[in-house]
Each structure stands twice: as structure tokens, then as C-alpha cells.
Design a protein around this ligand. Structure first.
Ligand code: B4P
Length: 187
């Protein structure tokens, strides 16, 4: 059973890698971005709330995301393990996850940090062409990442659970690196 957190700047390939890893490891892929995009497509109250933040490249407020993850991790399929993609993204979310996992009596194997240089991130996101992938919104998302999400690198490095993985190259090569570096015992 595996419990993994996929971490990295916007466009690093978290969603791409999570899709292959969840199949390979037979564990549910929990993507906060995908949950929000589905809620926006349905125009549910969650979607209406999230849309204005996502369109501007801002993070959705912590209490909304934390509540959503709390509900998702309570579902029975997570007994087989899980792969978190895009959560946590702030120190408050990381702290909430720690408390939630303590309540559930669960730990996790590692935090996989995908390393991709900024010029490659911008090229990838412009190529993807999602609604929040305009140059202006991409710039804001990268700034928000530096301010609010990058501090988590230290937070997890201090706990010795951070695995930095080169996110450049073929998608399958990146998947192989993640498996080799995050699921094998580290010497
Ligand atoms: P997310 O949906 O998490 O998206 P992302 O960070 O932009 O992209 P990801 O890293 O998953 O990249 P992908 O695989 O698509 O977040 C979107 C928004 O939701 C946030 O800005 C925020 O507003 C909100 N949100 C989500 N979680 C939140 C939270 N916890 N708290 C608050 N707000 C939250 O890859 C990008 C592109 O690169 C794709 O086109 C892909 O095909 C390509 N690619 C991937 N791997 C490649 C490779 N190896 N080589 C070449 N191209 C590659």
C-alpha cells in the first residue's frame, strides 16, 4: 500500500504523473485541481466559489480545500492508499493534513517534489492551454507558488520525507524516477 504526496510548481506535471502512478500502484488519485474543475463544470456552490480564485491564479481559501480533502480521505477507497496531487499547497494545509492523518491513524511514504525549471513550466502551461493558462495568470500562479507553496519544501525536508525528483524528460522516465526514489528505502 502506498500513500504519496505529489508536490511541485504549477505545470510541473503533478497531474500527469499522478495519472500513471495511480494506475501503476492501484491507488486513488486525489487531485484538488480536478475536483475544483469538475465542480466548476457542474456550477455547484463549491465550483462557483473556486472559479474566481482559479481564474486569477490565486489559491482557493484553505478552509474550503481542507474541508474538501477531509471528506475525500474519509471515503472507503482510500483504505487501499492514496496519491495526493496539488494538496497541501500552504503551510496551513500541511498542518491540517498532519492533524487529519493523526485522526485517521495514517502516515505517508514520502513527498515527491518534481523539479522543473521555470522556463519549461511556462512552455508546458502555454502548450496545455487551460483557461488558467494565459501568460498573465501563469505569472501570478508562479508568484503565489514562491510565496505560499515553496516554504513546504523546508517543512518536509526537515522531516526527511522529501524526495526531489527531476521532472524533465519523457513522462514514463519521470514516473520510473519517482518509483525508484520514493518507494524504495532511502539509504
Ligand atoms: P492544479 O490542477 O493542481 O494544476 P497545476 O499545478 O497547474 O498543474 P500540474 O503540476 O498538475 O501539471 P500537469 O500535469 O497538468 O491547480 C490548478 C489551480 O487549482 C491552482 O492554481 C489553484 O487555483 C487551485 N488549487 C488546486 N489545489 C489547491 C490547493 N490545495 N489549495 C488552493 N488552491 C488549489 O502538466 C502541465 C503540462 O505539462 C501538461 O500540458 C502536460 O502534458 C505537460 N507535461 C507533463 N509532464 C511533462 C513532461 N515530462 N514533459 C513535457 N511535458 C510534460
Amino acid at each position: 500500500m502506498a500513500r504519496l504526496i505529489l508536490f511541485g510548481p504549477p505545470g510541473a506535471g503533478k497531474g500527469t504523473q499522478a495519472t500513471s502512478l495511480s494506475q501503476l500502484l492501484a491507488i486513488p488519485h486525489i487531485s484538488t485541481g480536478d475536483i475544483f474543475r469538475a465542480a466548476i463544470a457542474n456550477q455547484s456552490p463549491l465550483g462557483i466559489q473556486a472559479q474566481s480564485y482559479m481564474d486569477r491564479g490565486e489559491l482557493v481559501p484553505d478552509e474550503v480545500v481542507i474541508g474538501m480533502i477531509r471528506e475525500r480521505l474519509a471515503e472507503p477507497d482510500t483504505q487501499a492508499g492514496w496519491l495526493l496531487d496539488g494538496f497541501p499547497r500552504t503551510l496551513a494545509q500541511a498542518d491540517a493534513l498532519d492533524r487529519l492523518l493523526a485522526e485517521l491513524n495514517q502516515g505517508f511514504d514520502s513527498v515527491v517534489s518534481l523539479i522543473v525549471p521555470e522556463d519549461a513550466l511556462v512552455t508546458r502551461m502555454l502548450g496545455r492551454g487551460r483557461k488558467d493558462d494565459t501568460e498573465e495568470v501563469i505569472r501570478r500562479r508562479l508568484q503565489v507558488y514562491q510565496e505560499q507553496t515553496a516554504p513546504l519544501i523546508d517543512y518536509y525536508a526537515k522531516r526527511r520525507c522529501l524526495r526531489e525528483v527531476d521532472g524533465l524528460g519523457e513522462v514514463s522516465a519521470v514516473t520510473d524516477r519517482i518509483v525508484a526514489q520514493s518507494l524504495q528505502p532511502q539509504v
